[in-house]
Design a protein around this ligand. Sequence first.
Ligand code: CA
Length: 180
Amino acid sequence: MLAQEEVPYDWAAFYQLISIEAEAYTSFKLTGAVKANGDQPDANDAAALWARVEKADGTPAFFDNMADRLITAKEWNKYIIQGDITSDDVNIYFGGLVVGSGSFFFDALKLEFKKADGTWTTFDLKDGGFEAEVEGNKMKYWLEGIHISTDIRSVKYSISASMDAYEGKKSLLIKRRKNF
Ligand SMILES: [Ca+2]
């Protein structure tokens, strides 16, 4: 596990990391429900899902942070990231991120893998529905940052559970602190 560093960045991110049985799969699909209540209705205040696939030496084999299609819609919608998996891929990082100011909600994250026979299997990820308590600004099952050199937490954002859920009872709320 990486050390966590506090930084004053104008973005925040969360993720989980899993090792993949690359030979068994040909592609993956990350889906999630997101609602972006940005202060400005443009991509400067927005949310996204993200995923990175890495080879054993850390070389990225796939990366998508939705930079070309950042989420600004103020109602719940489902979004998707899809990528190929090759036989020398070993790790996949996946989660969500926010940029700028506002309140950003995440729920119902789901990671699926396509098997060589063409069928899909759903990975049993921890707290993809964000039903776990968030205590002291800290998620129980999700890490913060994007897992490059160190885990980072932006002090400009608060992390909490919201009762505004896409499914279940809760969602994850990442909110820009007003004093920033
Ligand atoms: Ca939920």
